[in-house]
Design a protein around this ligand. Structure first.
Ligand SMILES: CC(C)(COP(=O)(O)OP(=O)(O)OC[C@H]1O[C@@H](n2cnc3c(N)ncnc32)[C@H](O)[C@@H]1OP(=O)(O)O)[C@@H](O)C(=O)NCCC(=O)NCCS
Length: 170
C-alpha cells in the first residue's frame, strides 16, 4: 500500500476514485469528512467541528487518515504532551462499511510508530469497558490496563479503562 504525506498527491487522488487505499497525514480539507465520520462512529461523544479544528491546529503532524477509493475510511490521532513525557491516542475510528478489513490495525501501527518516534516514555489510551473490538486491538499492541477502571473519566458519567505502554527511550 502506498504511504504518502504529500497534500498535493492527496488532492490529485481525490479526483481519481480508482486509487485503492492510502495512509496519509490529515489535511485541512479532511475536517468536514472527519466530523461526519466521528458522528457516525461515536454519536453523541463525537468531537464537535470546532474541537476538530483545534486538534488539527495542534496535532496535524501526528494525525493520520486512511483513505479508501477516495473516501475517508478512518483515522488515528496522537497528541504528545507539552512536556514530551507521554503520548495519548486521542482518537481512533474506522467507518462502519470499512470495519473488519484490517484498517484499524494499520492505523494503530502508525499511531504506535508516531508515539515511538516522538521519544516519549509512555503511550496512553482510554477505552470504554464494553468496547471489545478496540480493547482487543490495543492489547494486540501491548497496551495494558493502568489500575482500576476510572469512574466519570470524561465528566459524562461513563467509566473508562486507561491503558498504557512503556517505550524504551535513549
Ligand atoms: C476499534 C476499530 C477502530 C477497529 O477497527 P477495524 O478496522 O474494524 O479493525 P481491524 O479489522 O483492523 O481488526 C483489528 C482486530 O480487532 C478484532 N476485532 C474486530 N472487531 C472485533 C470485535 N467486535 N470484538 C473483538 N475483536 C474484534 C479483529 O479480529 C482484529 O483482531 P486480530 O488482529 O487479532 O485478528 C473499529 O471497530 C472502530 O472504529 N470502532 C468504533 C470506534 C471506536 O470504538 N474507536 C476506539 C475508541 S477507544
Amino acid at each position: 500500500m502506498p504511504i504518502t504525506a504529500d497534500p498535493q498527491q492527496h488532492a490529485d487522488r481525490r479526483t481519481d476514485k480508482s486509487e485503492s487505499s492510502v495512509l496519509r497525514l490529515v489535511t485541512e480539507d479532511d475536517l468536514h469528512d472527519l466530523e461526519i465520520l466521528d458522528k457516525e462512529v461515536f454519536k453523541d461523544l463525537a468531537y464537535e467541528g470546532h474541537y476538530l479544528r483545534i486538534l488539527y491546529n495542534l496535532f496535524r503532524t501526528t494525525w493520520w487518515v486512511f483513505e479508501c477509493e477516495g473516501d475517508l475510511a478512518g483515522y488515528a490521532l496522537v497528541g504528545v504532551s507539552s512536556d514530551k513525557s507521554e503520548a495519548w491516542l486521542l482518537g481512533l475510528a474506522v467507518s462502519d462499511p470499512h470495519q473488519n478489513k484490517g484498517i484499524g490495525r494499520q492505523l494503530m501501527e502508525r499511531a504506535v510508530k508516531v508515539m515511538v518516534d516522538s521519544g516519549v516514555a509512555i503511550g496512553k489510551i482510554t477505552v470504554r469497558p464494553d468496547n471489545a473490538a478496540a480493547y482487543h486491538l490495543y492489547r494486540r499492541f501491548d497496551f495494558t490496563q493502568d489500575g482500576e477502571e476510572r469512574e466519570n473519566y470524561y465528566l459524562n458519567g461513563e467509566r473508562r479503562k486507561v491503558l498504557h505502554r512503556h517505550f524504551a527511550t535513549a
